[in-house]
Design a protein around this ligand. Structure first.
Ligand SMILES: [Zn+2]
Length: 478
């Protein structure tokens, strides 16, 4: 029997406000533990929360950017549970009345657009952070850091529309890209400002009802999300094929072993005894504020992609990659200013540039080759100073040293040979050394032409102008 996975994702993203959601404490990352706390965020009796307007504005931005309906009335609720990193004994979140509902985003699946529904977006506060002496199992004590307690989060809940681990990865990258375009979150998974839980089940292909799902936690990179889902899907299928049943539960992804482990039975909403927070008034958002925010939205990834295709006449595939992050799109457009041949720029960015960055796990903002560097090198290829082949070496050198291509070419003596006499001499040497091939070629084995081009390029150490080499070779070989 063939099975199909059904995946829904819950993303928590930290909003880039300077202060926490219900108090004035700083949200800066990496400060000394417990230096950014006050009576409100540590749950002292008698303290009262006051909502951060900026956090609401950011959440509305995301709601609009994902085509959600912004609720004119939403309500903060207490989600009650005990954990040492939660000083109040409850988390302020939203339950029955979330801030935004019923939107979608689009991802590309095998060249086709696919809509993933956004069921809801709500606001909540983050909990603190426990630091265990060694591992939670062996430590004799643990520390708690409340700096993160009360940092504003948005939770984005997708519909059960995702059908493979790759789609899950694409969905997450798209959400992160939108957050970064809006400049409302860093989307940094390593620092914990972008986290994801996954609900996953499998069902026989063609069946409408969903199977029993498990919830996966503790995946702190895109790669781990995909790997954890792959593992969990296989585990569930094997279990069903053996005549077993999937148990509804929460499972942890174990990075080291590459498996998911049962953590606890799945908790239900009623376990949390949600009720409206009596310390906070309902949140009423008037239409004029929403409209003002709508007008302030920047160009988003999908719009930018469409514009790139239209304005620069590049393939949709290129545009998709070039607009995947704001900084990549900016790099591309800056480079076009200096060298207005979009497809050439795109080819170099998607080829050599991204390959190098991927190898070093660097983001494009950390790229030693600036748009100006790249544009200058492309101009040098165009005016014949260097060949496309040498350019590959120039690029590598630029990437390593961060120098301008003109300086590299000068220093290395890589200027292309445009002197006909010099190329002719090289051709003569090649012909003298290969009389048999010359004879065969003249008898009609035209395939040998490529061999001669290669040999002449070897003779000129790759510096012969390919166009000239071709022309002169045809003449000489006649
Ligand atoms: Zn505080």
């Amino acid at each position: 029997m063939e099975y199909e996975p059904v995946i829904g994702l819950e993303v928590h993203a930290q909003l880039l406000t300077r202060s926490k959601i219900f108090c004035g404490c700083s949200t800066a990352f990496g400060e000394e533990p417990n230096t950014q706390t006050c009576p409100v965020c540590t749950g002292q009796p008698g303290s009262l929360p006051v909502l951060n307007r900026k956090a609401v504005e950011y959440a509305i931005k995301l709601g609009l950017a994902t085509s959600c309906r912004i609720a004119p009335y939403s309500l903060f609720a207490r989600k009650n549970y005990f954990y040492p990193d939660l000083p109040k004994g409850y988390q302020i979140s939203m339950y029955e009345y979330p801030l935004a509902e019923d939107g979608f985003i689009e991802i590309m699946v095998q060249g086709e657009k696919k809509r993933i529904q956004i069921i809801r977006i709500h606001m909540e506060e983050d909990a603190g952070k426990l630091k265990h002496g060694e591992t939670p199992e062996t430590a004799s004590f643990s520390y708690v850091d409340f700096n993160r307690t009360g940092v504003p989060l948005i939770e984005i809940v997708s519909g059960p529309d995702i059908r493979s681990p790759e789609e899950a990865g694409d969905y997450l990258r798209k959400i992160r890209s939108i957050l970064q375009y809006l400049e409302i979150s860093t989307g940094n998974m390593e620092e914990g400002s972008f986290r994801c839980d996954a609900n996953v089940s499998v069902r026989p292909k063609g069946q409408n009802e969903f199977g029993t799902r498990t919830e996966l936690k503790n995946m702190n990179s895109f790669r781990h999300v995909e790997k954890a889902l792959e593992y969990e899907i296989k585990r569930q299928i094997v279990m069903l094929e053996d005549g077993g049943e999937v148990v509804q539960e929460t499972r942890l992804w174990d990075v080291n072993q590459g498996i998911t482990i049962s953590m606890r039975g799945k908790e239900e909403a009623h376990d949390y005894r949600y009720f409206p927070d009596p310390d906070l008034v309902p949140l009423r958002i008037d239409e004029s504020w929403v409209e003002k925010i709508r007008k302030s939205l920047p160009e988003l990834p999908d719009e930018k992609k469409e514009r790139f295709v239209r304005q620069y006449q590049i393939p949709e595939y290129d545009a998709e990659i070039l607009t995947s992050t704001k900084s990549m799109a900016n790099y591309f457009e800056e480079c076009i200013c200096f060298f207005p041949e979009p497809k050439t720029v795109s080819n170099w960015m998607m080829g050599d540039l991204l390959r190098e960055l991927k190898r070093d796990e660097r983001e494009i903002d950390q790229c030693p080759v600036t748009p100006k560097h790249l544009a200058e090198m492309l101009s040098m290829i165009k005016d014949g100073t260097i060949s496309g082949k040498i350019a590959k070496d120039v690029f590598e050198e630029m990437y390593r040293m961060g120098e301008f291509p003109k300086d590299i070419v000068k220093e290395k003596g890589w200027v292309q040979i445009l002197d006909e006499g010099e190329i002719e001499k090289a051709i003569e040497r090649v012909m003298d050394a290969n009389p048999k091939q010359v004879e065969d070629y003249r008898k009609g084995r035209e395939k040998l032409f490529g061999f001669f081009v290669g040999e002449v390029m070897k003779q000129t150490k790759g510096k012969g102008n390919p166009k000239l080499v071709n022309e002169l070779l045809r003449k000489k070989l006649k």
